[in-house]
Design a protein around this ligand. Sequence first.
Ligand code: DQA
Length: 177
Amino acid sequence: MSLPLPIGPRTGYDTPPGLPGIVVSGICRLPRIHILNGPNLNLLGTREPAIYGAATLADIEASLSRRATDAEVELIFRQSNHEGDLITWIQEAGCAGEPVILNAGAYTHTSIALADAIKGSGARVIEVHLSNTHAREDFRRHSFISPVAEGVILGFGPQSYHLALEALTSGVANKKA
Ligand code: DQA
């Protein structure tokens, strides 16, 4: 699927700072933010609840959607257990100039290809994790995403996603504003 290119800020609306609206066929569309989740995050709710909590991915997405309405942004939710899907979605977002909140799951610690997709497409990425990966096994301490991310938020459970959304919609994360 090819996405339209951003062609400038909306006028007559209060767009969140640094998030351009997009005009498609003469109609202003809300700025879009992609919430991408990687492998095993579809199991949230039943997966190691002592570490990841009781909320399902659908619960997290529903609470983010409520916040997005207030912030006047459109959220695109996607989850995949396949690295290539995440790469394609990052490229689409990057080429469309739309920011990404990314929990790459275990690919965080292994995937040079995801890091290359971020760099290669120029995607703005906030890396998030539910758990504090630095307080867990050693292999979780290294992230291939962090060096190419605009910021990293981890250890706050579902609130990690909300803090990332807040960073993007408040302009805190927008270095180019
Ligand atoms: C995670 C942390 C990763 O180390 C792990 O592989 C996950 C979830 C988190 O959100 O805490 O799948 O990204």
